[in-house]
Design a protein around this ligand. Sequence first.
Ligand SMILES: C[S@@+](CC[C@H](N)C(=O)[O-])C[C@H]1O[C@@H](n2cnc3c(N)ncnc32)[C@H](O)[C@@H]1O
Length: 250
Amino acid sequence: MSWSYGALATEVYDLDKPIGTSFGDVEYYKQLLGGSEGRILEPAVGTGRVMIPLLEAGFEVEGYDTSPEMLAVCRKHCRDRKLDPVIREADMTSFVEPGAYSAVIVPIGSIALLVGRGALVQALACFEQCLMPSGRLSIDLRAPRPFVMEPVPMRSWSAGPFIWTLQTMHVDYDPAANQTTQWLRYEKWRDGALVATELQPFRLQHWSIAEFTALLLEAGFRGVTVTGDYRDGLPPDPESDDWNFNAFRS
Ligand SMILES: C[S@@+](CC[C@H](N)C(=O)[O-])C[C@H]1O[C@@H](n2cnc3c(N)ncnc32)[C@H](O)[C@@H]1O
């Protein structure tokens, strides 16, 4: 199972990472997919942070997500830019359109929201079925960092008459399952009064490079390569923040 992005989590995501935000990933995907033809699928598309610049660059990208709130914001951003992509409410562990896509991309570590080996195995099987023969799968994982039990500073954003705050209420690490859990408490304020609040239990499943590579091979993918921090062709080093896995359907 994975945890939901509700209304406030969505608003904060969009304030914190508005369309146009890149961690190097947007440029990386533009270059990686350059010259590829056919439909591209972005599972866990969120607000469209990656999909929208790809659409604007001329790629035929479709997206899906489990969060109706994220999808509503994504649709609005598309409408505002006169873009009309296929966007669906669907789950990474079950959505399949057999052989329909030349590439499946999962940026920014969203795959770690699938908790447990079973969910990841199911999702990889779905991605494999969605791809046409020789189609590309590209997945980013955030490199795990040592777990520290220190208070996380509160963050805030403002827009118009509103202020949003985000507090990390609780952090936990389960070494047996290699999962971290944070309770993210969102609050929305207007004129000094609290207008909405939301708690997002945010659990991430961590994988080593060897484990994730083995799961890709087990799912039937071939030609697995791993790049560090979107530097094409350069393997990750101990300082890398992001690991970018690429593999192909047989
Ligand atoms: C970190 S956001 C990423 C959004 C976007 N891809 C980006 O790069 O900005 C993670 C997204 O994954 C979605 N999500 C979580 N579990 C999912 C699942 N099982 N299937 C599809 N989407 C899921 C969440 O609703 C959220 O929109």
